[in-house]
Ligand binder design. Structure first.
Ligand code: 5AD
Ligand code: SF4
Length: 487
């Protein structure tokens, strides 16, 4: 495995130039493949995991499209790449299951190439398993060297044999690679990479490396270009966005950055994912309050409501501090929704202790939460903590937490019945093509009668019928795009 060396900005610019040269070579190779096949070759990217991975997949898809592949959702393609996640064990298992299935496609199509990248590839045991037991995989790379994909693709297309390249770390950020946006009207924007928090259950700091922030001017340049291209909603992405900018030569707080992004003409909504409660500043709360185009939604991972467990998780806040912070956010920002991530079954957490989690959910009446059962990740400190609580008991506790979450979500949603909010229409409803789905600033989904021409536009939406954490509703004042609403 290769380790990285120090790179300065000039070296990064040179690297982008180098990869641009590989893109040109890839184009020639894809043209040759097109002639051989008698058709344009197809490529499919499959994403597991979080928004960061989704964003990385857009970069990969952008390169594939640029060099001449036709993008498809079918895994029966000429180039298939799985962008993997390893945050919980079930994500790992799903990748191996799917890899087994697509091996049949490769038997039918000898020109097919299969690649794997992402967080799972930063773990040596997974790479070894692929090297020895999944011999039909052509290319494996990790999270730190994604920007070298054009170069690896060139090797694969030239038939250089299997390419495995994983770096232990990098301090490099390569700007200006092509990217294929999944949506025309919204986009994720990386503001930083990596995480320095080392929560004891979490594999992310080991597979995504140390925190590295992008320069504010690079971020703003990207947002401006997106706005010029018709994007109205951006989501600023990082593992711990409120430590943004601490590592820059000219430090810049996350609050300052989000304010600058909110000022970009044409940007009607700014979201961010994910903040850490320990660093959530008053300055950030004020900024969200003062800029109506910053979404009325704060995703504030709780993980546990028990202060002892939080300490063993290395979260740096107590139950009381979390509650006080969430209350302050609710007080300062009217109509804000607060959602959380929760882990049930952290090593050693008793059922009684987990009732503190239920207590926090109920005390705050959280708007929603993703609830996970603890998954042991090799190499993390929690993996070697004593874990006497049985899986059965963890499952019972999980169900209790989940019902509290669902009850609160319903209660918070129901209270909004009858009100009108601005909704951005995102897609045609999967169940009924006469409906479209709009997302409100507070992240709630509302299904309204409509048609595909409405996608990407904003409408005032009245919330009529609450179905748990989503609504059925209607567009107010005909089908005109406008924004004369509550928020
Ligand atoms: N087990 C269960 N859930 C986890 N998460 C992170 N690591 C683990 C783990 N080992 C959850 C956390 C985090 C979300 C992205 O995934 O709740 O906020
Ligand atoms: Fe993992 Fe904690 Fe970093 Fe989030 S803040 S990525 S949970 S270590």
């Amino acid at each position: 495995m290769k380790s990285s060396v120090k790179f300065d900005r000039e070296a990064s610019a040179q690297e982008a130039g180098r990869q641009a040269e590989f893109i040109e070579k890839d184009k020639v190779l894809v043209r040759a493949l097109t002639e051989k096949l008698g058709r344009r070759p197809t490529a499919c990217t499959v994403t597991f995991g979080c928004q960061m991975n989704a964003k990385d997949s857009e970069k990969i898809a952008g390169i594939l499209r640029d060099v001449g592949y036709e993008l498809t959702d079918s895994e029966e393609a000429d180039f298939v790449i799985y962008n993997t996640c390893t945050v919980r064990d079930n994500a790992d298992q799903r990748v191996f299951g799917r890899l087994g299935r697509i091996s049949h496609f490769k038997k039918k199509n000898p020109d097919m190439k299969i690649a794997l990248c992402g967080c799972m590839m930063q773990e040596a045991q997974n790479v070894e398993k692929i090297r020895t037991s999944y011999r039909y995989v052509d290319l494996v790379f990790g999270t730190h060297n994604l920007f070298r994909f054009p170069e690896y693709l060139c090797g694969v297309l030239e038939g250089d044999g299997r390419i495995f390249e994983i770096w232990d770390s990098t301090d490099r950020i390569v700007e200006a690679l092509p990217s294929e946006r999944k949506y025309t009207y919204k986009s994720g924007v990386n503001i930083m990479f990596g995480c320095d928090n080392f929560c004891t259950y979490c594999i992310v700091p080991y597979v995504r490396g140390r925190e590295r922030s992008r320069e504010p001017k690079e971020i703003l340049r990207e947002v401006e270009a997106l706005a010029a291209d018709g994007v109205t909603e951006v989501m600023l992405l990082g593992q711990n966005v409120n430590s943004y900018g601490k590592d820059l030569s000219e430090p810049c707080s996350f609050a300052r950055l989000i304010e600058e992004v909110a000022k970009v003409p044409g940007i009607r909504r700014v979201r961010f994912m994910t903040p850490h409660p320990k660093d959530f500043s008053d300055e950030l709360i004020r900024t969200i309050r003062d800029y109506p185009n910053i979404a009325r939604h704060v995703h504030l991972p709780l993980q546990s409501g028990n202060s002892g467990t939080l300490k063993r998780m290395n979260r740096h806040y107590t139950k009381e501090q979390y509650i006080a912070l969430a209350q302050k956010i609710r007080r300062e920002i009217p109509d804000v929704s607060i959602t959380a991530d929760i882990i049930v079954g952290f090593p050693g957490e008793t059922k009684l202790e987990a009732m503190d989690t239920v207590d926090v959910v109920r005390t705050l009446c959280l708007d929603n939460a993703y609830t996970f059962i603890y998954s042991k990740r090799q190499g993390t400190p929690a993996a070697s903590m004593p874990d006497p609580v049985s899986e059965e008991e963890k499952k019972e506790t999980f169900d209790l937490v989940l019902s509290a979450v669902q009850e609160c979500a319903r209660e918070r949603s129901q209270a909004l019945t009858g009100r009108v909010f601005e909704g951005l229409v995102e897609e045609v409803n999967e169940q009924d093509e006469h409906y479209v789905t709009a997302r409100l600033s507070n992240n709630m989904l509302v299904h309204v009668p409509g048609d595909p021409s409405m996608i990407g536009k904003y409408y005032p939406v009245r919330l009529i019928e609450c179905r748990g954490f989503y609504f059925f509703g209607e567009i107010v004042s005909g089908s005109e795009e406008n924004s004369a609403t509550d928020q």
